[in-house]
Design a protein around this ligand. Sequence first.
Ligand code: SF4
Ligand code: SF4
Length: 161
Amino acid sequence: MTESNRDSRMIPDAERRARGPVVVIECFQEIPCDPCHEACNHGAIQAFDDINSLPEIDFTKCNGCGRCISVCPGQAIFVVDETWKDGLAVVRIPYEFIPLPHKGQQVKGLSRDGVELCEAKVVKVEDTKRNDRTPVVWVEIPRALAMDVRHIRVGGTSLAR
Ligand code: SF4
Ligand code: SF4
């Protein structure tokens, strides 16, 4: 599989993102792992022919529910909503550190490499039994950065949960 084919099977295109919340999977290492498929009861994450294969998504079936985010041991699954509000998007991010931020808190939006990109406002924190030990933090950010912000800095010292 070429890199662009591979990415298009895990990264929704702009047209799909403009239609509402949708999963983005950034899982690029072939490891024996498939709980994302089991977690999706909409059939959007295809069954794995080989447990070492990379995920393949049918974006027409994904409704952006976010159920798959917490099950991923690699914290490689996000949900992006570019239709949130004028000029703003929400990215749902798995977050396994303490302190957890709270709704309404201002945090920093970081790139995949930990570079600070923007101010981000926490609009929801999911930390239920179903999340196990991987809460999901919803952050509101500039829409133009929806495909760039993949982590947050809450402030002070962050520790693993
Ligand atoms: S966000 Fe929901 S519908 Fe989309 S792939 Fe994940 S579990 Fe399936
Ligand atoms: S659960 Fe996460 S690490 Fe495992 S295959 Fe799915 S996306 Fe990749």
